[in-house]
Every structure is written in structure tokens, then in C-alpha cells.
Ligand binder design. Structure first.
Ligand SMILES: [Ca+2]
Ligand SMILES: [Ca+2]
Length: 181
């Protein structure tokens, strides 16, 4: 289902509008424009939460379906002194697909899956994808102070041309999130 040209253009003009939380907030939420409309899974919003024991990310799409062939990668930056993400969770968005958390090097997953407590699930009826990861997935929980995340959706809408939607932008990050109560 195509959005109207007018609506799409107007939305695309707007830069991603972040809800600026105070420093060390535990939440980050960003709306993303209709800038990948050739894919049903154009990302509309991403929300990151750094809780007392878990980190969760919810990604909202225009129209998420069980038949989706798209995938989502959620990058986590946990070590400020090392450029780029330390971890990446990758999942399919269709029915029967799987998900995996791996260490990341230069924005690519590498090695075996990280052995820790995490889960991920598309919620087709709500057009959302949600993942929840134990803080222990990111190393010694006592040593992790702040975490930030970046979201990339990838789809092959017409079977040839890849459609990519980064939130809040290509290799850009949420704010740093301190551990919440
Ligand atoms: Ca978008
Ligand atoms: Ca890093």
C-alpha cells in the first residue's frame, strides 16, 4: 500500500526528530520519515531502553507482514573508546526466520552467537519488532555504564534493488543511555 506522494514528500523533508531526553535518561525514541517507501518495512520509529537488568529495542514499521523477506540489524555501542559497535543483533522479519546476537567488528557481525539471555520477535499485527537482551550480553554488567543503539532495515522490495533504512541515520546512534532504575 503506497502512501500518498504528498504525505511521503512532506514526511521526507522532515529530518528525523529525536525526543531529546535528559542526560543519562534510560529511554530514547526517534521517529523516522517515510523515506524507504518502496519497502513495506519502512521504519517509522525506533525506541531503545536501558533498564536495570535488560536492554530492549522496539522498531515500528509501516506494514510488517509474515511474508516479509526483510531483515533488521540492531547495533550496540558499549565501549566508548572503541569506534563503532561492539555487538549486532540480526533478525529476519518474516515468519519462520531466526535471530542471532554476535560481536561486531567494523559494523559486521563476526564469530559465533553470543551465549547469553536474549530474545527477539516480530509482531506482525502491531507492525513492530522487539528484542530484549540481558545486560550480561554486553560483557560484565558491572562495567557497562552507557549503551547506545543504531537500527538498519534491509529489504529487497522488487527482487533486485536493495532498500535500506537506517535509524536515526546511516551509522548514526541514539543518545547514550545510562542504566535505568
Ligand atoms: Ca523510514
Ligand atoms: Ca564502540
Amino acid at each position: 500500500m503506497k502512501r500518498s506522494l504528498t504525505g511521503g514528500t512532506a514526511a521526507a523533508v522532515l529530518a528525523a526528530t529525536a525526543t531529546a531526553p535528559p542526560a543519562h535518561a534510560e529511554y530514547y525514541s526517534v521517529d523516522d520519515p517515510a523515506d524507504a517507501e518502496s519497502s513495506l518495512t519502512d521504519v517509522y520509529n525506533a525506541r531503545v531502553r536501558h533498564g536495570a537488568d535488560e536492554v530492549s529495542v522496539v522498531v515500528a514499521f509501516a506494514d510488517l507482514r509474515r511474508s516479509s523477506a526483510a531483515a533488521v540489524s540492531i547495533y550496540f555501542d558499549t565501549v566508548k573508546s572503541r569506534r563503532g559497535p561492539e555487538y549486532v543483533l540480526t533478525s529476519g522479519l518474516g515468519d519462520g526466520t531466526d535471530y542471532v546476537l554476535r560481536e561486531a567488528v567494523r559494523w559486521r557481525g563476526r564469530g559465533e552467537h553470543v551465549d547469553c539471555d536474549y530474545r527477539a520477535r516480530p509482531k506482525w499485527a502491531r507492525d513492530k519488532f522487539r528484542t530484549v537482551l540481558s545486560r550480561a550480553c554486553f560483557g560484565d554488567p558491572e562495567e557497562i555504564e552507557e549503551i547506545r543503539a543504531s537500527v538498519k532495515m534491509g529489504d529487497v522490495a522488487d527482487g533486485s534493488q536493495p532498500v535500506i533504512d537506517w535509524v536515526p541515520g546511516r551509522r548514526m546512534w541514539s543518545t547514550w543511555l545510562g542504566r535505568g532504575a
